[in-house]
Design a protein around this ligand. Structure first.
Ligand code: IMP
Ligand code: MG
Length: 178
């Protein structure tokens, strides 16, 4: 399927699954190398990062734990700037090496909020792993150490990412056709 229709918008394929997985494997290698011996706690941010998290974690071979949180700030195709609370985090972060696993960093406001919230819980260090980054949209200064792919400003769906709740199930990434 080279083009898909979701509600009022058409999308065309921009990053095939095999290209995504190649970069996810590279990121996993970097994490395996950098965080060996640190028993990292991966915190996956639902819903968008579920597919990235699954493919990433299958390639992590060091002892680690994984947990999931929810936090949403997005409606339709533009960031609302309304940041909701972090829910579902029951783990003790004291002295832990934490890796936040996100689908995409757009303005960076969501990530900044997460860092603030997790930072109050006494972790030793917090790393960021994001499947995608839109560098031209970044509004805040973030050290995103693990990035699978940088993309332009266009709105995308697939591989976990949605348009109004739809499109998360596609294994490839699609870009909106303007
Ligand atoms: P930020 O706070 O502006 O960095 O927005 C981050 C969140 O917006 C991500 O976790 C996604 O849920 C959503 N988002 C940003 N860009 C896109 C996109 O192109 N497609 C789908 N969701 C997106
Ligand atoms: Mg997200």
């Amino acid at each position: 399927m080279d083009t898909i229709q979701i509600k009022d918008k058409q999308f065309s394929i921009s990053i095939p699954e095999q290209d995504i997985l190649k970069e996810v494997s590279r990121v996993a290698d970097e994490i395996n190398r950098d965080l060996a011996g640190k028993n990292p706690l991966f915190i996956s941010v639902l819903n968008g990062s579920f597919m990235f998290t699954a493919d990433l974690m299958k390639r992590i071979h060091i002892p680690c734990e994984i947990s999931f949180v929810k936090l949403a700030s997005y409606q339709g195709v533009s960031s609302t700037g309304v940041i909701k609370e972090v829910i579902g985090l029951n783990e003790d972060l004291t002295d832990r090496t934490v890796v936040i696993v996100e689908d995409i960093v757009d303005t960076g406001l969501t990530m900044q909020r997460l860092l603030e919230t997790l930072g109050t819980r006494g972790p030793k260090e917090i790393h960021i792993a994001s499947l995608l980054v839109k560098p031209d949209k970044l509004k805040v200064d973030l050290n995103i150490e693990y990035v699978a792919m940088e993309i332009p400003n266009d709105f995308i769906v697939g591989y976990g990412l949605d348009y109004d709740g739809f499109g998360r199930n596609y294994p490839d990434i699609y870009t909106v056709v303007e």
